[in-house]
Write a protein that binds this ligand. Structure first.
Ligand code: PLP
Length: 376
């Protein structure tokens, strides 16, 4: 099998699986208990939190573990609006956020919030001037992702945070950094954000673990009420095995960061140039600013059919997050490209283990499909 859908999820790294196994079978104590097994679990949890904080470039007490990126996004948005409820009801976001941001905002819009959706240009970029122009005295939240999950484009989060500060509006700034974490260089403080979401399963940790960065000093409403875990903000017995796996995956990435970035970029560039050489009518919808994601289109060949045909050949790529029944994903559609291009768009996403040979196999398979099928 050739797996080129690493923006959807990643294979769990052996180091992460090993760490989880150790915690599940040996260091399995409840960190809230007072005997040696429990205190050892609490110490390991503290050490693992410190590793995740180091990978993010923040303080350990600013990291709160969550179950996934969706939880972090939902919590950040709802808690921010709770804090700002006397200051305003206006939210700025982009039309290309993940549904983990767009769906809570849709519900909030039904409750009287006004949401401004910034639209990207043809290449999937949003300009700092767009953010500046959208801010109002009653803007209480700006939520902008760091790296788009379908186009691989970088969004101007730092500039958005600067614009908020300059404008004097009361907004807090949240970024969904699920696709950017460890793939592009940043720190929450360098970005100037108040809240930042990450998810473990995009970097070789298992599904079911994520984290929310909460800037020191920001008093957020707890997500749940219960025991005092996670500083009382997100109670529930800590998923110590998943946390250990997340920390182990972070450690591997930190140890090889430059090498991994370069490897993914080389394979992606190789894929894009081989594709254009083999299939001149293929369109690069987005080469991706991030090293691991790009979007390409074979106009006239619906992406659902391409995904199926590629799957039959043992190759996994994605048609975008919500490509259903002849409708392009809303992210691709937001670029305003011609419909034939949009309908044939595929997201290809790499991991540090991806190879040029795998990219070549994908190009050959697409060539074969294009020869055997009449375009629409
Ligand atoms: N945000 C982005 C940009 C994503 O790509 C994803 C997952 O695909 C999520 C949020 C949701 O993360 P999770 O699957 O951990 O809930």
């Amino acid at each position: 099998m050739i797996y080129l859908d690493n923006a959807a999820t990643t294979r769990v790294r052996p180091e992460a699986a090993q760490a989880a196994l150790e915690v599940m079978t040996r260091d399995f104590g409840n960190p809230s208990t007072r005997y040696a097994l429990g205190t050892a679990a609490a110490e390991r949890l503290a050490a693992d939190r410190a590793v995740v904080a180091q990978a993010l470039g923040c303080r350990a007490e600013e990291v709160v573990f969550t179950s996934c990126g969706t939880e972090g996004d939902n919590w950040a948005i709802r808690a921010t609006l709770e804090l700002g409820k006397r200051k305003g009801k206006h939210i700025v976001t982009t039309a290309i956020e993940h549904s983990a941001v767009l769906e809570p905002l849709r519900h909030l819009a039904a409750q009287g919030y006004e949401v401004t959706y910034l639209r990207p240009d043809r290449n999937g970029h949003i300009s700092p001037a767009q953010v500046e122009g959208a801010l109002r005295p009653d803007t209480v939240l700006v939520s902008m992702m760091l790296v788009n999950n379908e186009l691989g484009t970088l969004l101007p989060v730092r500039e958005a945070a600067e614009a908020v500060r300059r404008s004097g509006c009361p907004a807090l700034v949240h970024t969904d950094a699920v696709q950017g974490f460890l793939k592009v260089p940043f720190t929450p403080e360098g970005l100037g954000v108040d809240l930042l979401t990450l998810s473990g399963h995009k970097i070789g940790a298992p599904k079911g673990i994520g984290a929310l960065y909460i800037r020191r000093g920001l008093k957020l409403r707890p997500l749940l009420f219960g025991g005092g875990q996670e500083g009382g903000l997100r109670p529930g017995t800590e998923p110590t095995a998943q946390i250990a796996a997340l920390a182990a995956a972070c450690r591997v990435w930190m140890d090889h960061r430059e090498e991994y970035t370069e490897r993914m970029k080389v394979v992606k560039d190789h894929f894009l140039s081989s594709l254009q050489a083999a299939l001149p009518r293929a369109v690069v919808v987005s080469p991706g600013d991030a090293p691991h994601i790009c979007a390409v289109s074979l106009p006239g060949y619906p992406s659902e059919m391409l995904v199926r045909e590629l799957s039959d050949r043992g190759i996994c790529v994605s048609a975008g997050s919500a490509c259903r029944r002849g409708k392009p994903s809303y992210v691709f559609a937001a670029t305003g490209r011609p419909k034939t291009e949009l309908l044939g768009t595929l997201r290809v996403s790499f991991s540090p283990e991806s190879t040029p040979e795998e990219a070549d196999a994908l190009v050959s398979a697409l060539e074969e499909i294009a020869q055997s099928r009449v375009s629409l």
